[in-house]
Design a protein. Structure first.
Length: 444
C-alpha cells in the first residue's frame, strides 16, 4: 500500500510540472525530477565534479509493481504490460514482416511474437534455444526479404537461415565469428549496414578502466602508437583490453573483421538512423569518478573514430586516474552527439521513422535507461526521447516514460530492449521483473 501511495503522489507531481527544460548544471538530478516532457541538455562544457566519489553500491531493491501500476507517459499515450514471466528479456527487434524477435537472455533463447502483438497480444514461440547469453539480433540482408537472422552471443556471432514469417529456425546455427572476447561487459549487439555488404558487432571493455591492462604496451608506447592505423586501430588498448571497447565491422561470412570505432567502454545498443544510414550506439561510460562524471551518451559512429576510453572522456577531459598515460591521443577524441546524465546506463536504442505517434516524433529516437547502481541520487529506469531537427541531433533528450522507481530504495522495472512495431507502437522489455510493455498513441 505504501508503494502504491508513493507512486500516486509522484504521478500527481509529474502532471503538474510537465514541459520543463533544463541545461547544464540545472539538468543534474535524481529520480524525483523525472516526468514525461522534462528535457535535459548537457554539453562537453558542462562536466561537473560531484565533490565526492560515487558510492560503491546503491543498488535498488527489485519488487513487483503495485496493483494497478502503470508507467507515466505523455498525454495521449497509453501503456500496457503485454507479457510477463520472462527470464532476463533483453534486445528487441522487429522483422521486416512485423514479427517481433526478443533475446530472452536468461533462458538462452530467441523468442518470436506475432506481428499484431501490439494490438491483440499473443503468445511467444521459441525461434532458437540452447544459446549462450544471446543479445544482439540482426536481419540480413536488410530489406523486405532477409535470408538470415544473426545472433550475438557473448563469445561469438551466429546466424540462422530465415525467411519472412518463419517462427522457428529451420536449421542449426552457423558460426560466423567464433572468437569474440568473453567476460567483462558481455553484451554483443548487432546491426546490419544499409549497403547490404557489412554487419557490425559491439564489444564492451573487460573492466571499468583497464585495471588489468599493463601501464604500457609491449615494445613501449612509441612503437604501439606508430602502429596505430595499421596493425592496431587508433586509440586501441592492449593486454586484457585488446580488441575490446570497440565496434567491429565484418562481411556476411565473418571475414575481413576489423575495428570500426574505438574507445567505447560499453556500446550496449546499436541502431541505424533511417534518415542518414549512420550507425549509432548508446554507451555506458566509466564509474567511480563521482555522481556527475562522466556522462553516458548516444552518438553516431564515424569510421576510425576514437571516443576516449579509458584515457579520456567527452573530448579532451583526461581521466585523472590515468593522467599522462596517452598524451598522443589528446585532440583526437570525438565528442558524442547526445550526453546523458551520468550512470543512467543506456542499453537500447531505436529510431522512430513513421507510424502511430504524432508527426513531431518522426525522426527522433528512443533510448532505454537500465538505471544507476552506484549514484547517490538514483537515476535512469525509464525511456527517453532523443530530439532531432531536420535529421540532426539537437543534443537534448526528453523523459518519455517514467515511474518504475517507486521510492528511494525500491524499483519495479529496468528497461532494456526497445523496438517499433509495424503499426507504429513502441515495445520495450525490462529485465527486473521479466516483462514486456507496449506504448500506443491514443490521441487527445
Amino acid at each position: 500500500m505504501r508503494l502504491a501511495i508513493i507512486g500516486l503522489l509522484v504521478l500527481c507531481a509529474a502532471q503538474a510540472h510537465a514541459g520543463d527544460e533544463r541545461d547544464g548544471n540545472a539538468a543534474y538530478g535524481g529520480w524525483r525530477d523525472d516526468r514525461p516532457g522534462l528535457t535535459r541538455h548537457f554539453t562537453a562544457a558542462d562536466m561537473r565534479l560531484s565533490g565526492t566519489q560515487a558510492v560503491a553500491s546503491n543498488s535498488a531493491s527489485i519488487v513487483p509493481c503495485p496493483p494497478g501500476f502503470s508507467p507515466r507517459v505523455p498525454a495521449g499515450f497509453a501503456v500496457d504490460r503485454i507479457a510477463r514471466g520472462l527470464s532476463e528479456p533483453r534486445t528487441l527487434r522487429t522483422a521486416p514482416d512485423g514479427t517481433i524477435f526478443l533475446a530472452e537472455t536468461g533462458a538462452g533463447r530467441i523468442l518470436v511474437f506475432p506481428p499484431d502483438i501490439a494490438i491483440h497480444g499473443g503468445a511467444a514461440r521459441v525461434f532458437a534455444e540452447g544459446l549462450d547469453q544471446p543479445y544482439g539480433i540482426a536481419f540480413f540482408p536488410p530489406g523486405p526479404a532477409p535470408a538470415f537472422v544473426y545472433v550475438g552471443e557473448s563469445g561469438r556471432v551466429l546466424r540462422f537461415p530465415y525467411h519472412p514469417g518463419q517462427i522457428r529456425a529451420a536449421g542449426p546455427a552457423e558460426t560466423i565469428i567464433a572468437d569474440l572476447p568473453r567476460g567483462g561487459h558481455w553484451t554483443r549487439d548487432l546491426a546490419a549496414a544499409p549497403d547490404g555488404q557489412h554487419l557490425y558487432v559491439a564489444i564492451g571493455s573487460a573492466s571499468n578502466l583497464g585495471e588489468e591492462m599493463p601501464p604500457a604496451p609491449p615494445g613501449g608506447l612509441a612503437a604501439f602508437a606508430a602502429a596505430e592505423g595499421e596493425a592496431t586501430p587508433w586509440g586501441g588498448a592492449w593486454g586484457a583490453e585488446t580488441g575490446r571497447a570497440e565496434v567491429r565491422v565484418f562481411d556476411p561470412d565473418g571475414r575481413q573483421a576489423h575495428a570500426y570505432a574505438t574507445g567505447l567502454r560499453n556500446c550496449s545498443g546499436l541502431a541505424i538512423a533511417p534518415h542518414t544510414g549512420n550507425l549509432w550506439c548508446v554507451v555506458n561510460e566509466r564509474d567511480m569518478l563521482g555522481d556527475n562524471l562522466p556522462p553516458d551518451y548516444a552518438t553516431h559512429l564515424t569510421p576510425g573514430g576514437f571516443y576516449g576510453w579509458p584515457w579520456f572522456y567527452i573530448g579532451d577531459h583526461e581521466d585523472p586516474r590515468l593522467a599522462g598515460r596517452r598524451p598522443d591521443l589528446a585532440g583526437h577524441v570525438t565528442v558524442p552527439d547526445v550526453l546523458f546524465q551520468p550512470h543512467s546506463a543506456p542499453l537500447g536504442l531505436v529510431f522512430y521513422a513513421s507510424g502511430n505517434f504524432p508527426a513531431e516524433y518522426h525522426g527522433d529516437a528512443f533510448a532505454t535507461f537500465h538505471g544507476s547502481w552506484n549514484r547517490a541520487l538514483r537515476t535512469g529506469y525509464k525511456l527517453v526521447r532523443l530530439l532531432f531537427h531536420d535529421g540532426a541531433p539537437t543534443g537534448a533528450y526528453q523523459d518519455f516514460l517514467t515511474g518504475f522507481v517507486l521510492d528511494d530504495d525500491h524499483v519495479c522495472g529496468r528497461p532494456v530492449g526497445v523496438t517499433i512495431t509495424r503499426e507504429g507502437a513502441l515495445l520495450f522489455s525490462e529485465d527486473a521483473n521479466g516483462t514486456l510493455w507496449r506504448v500506443r498513441w491514443m490521441g487527445h
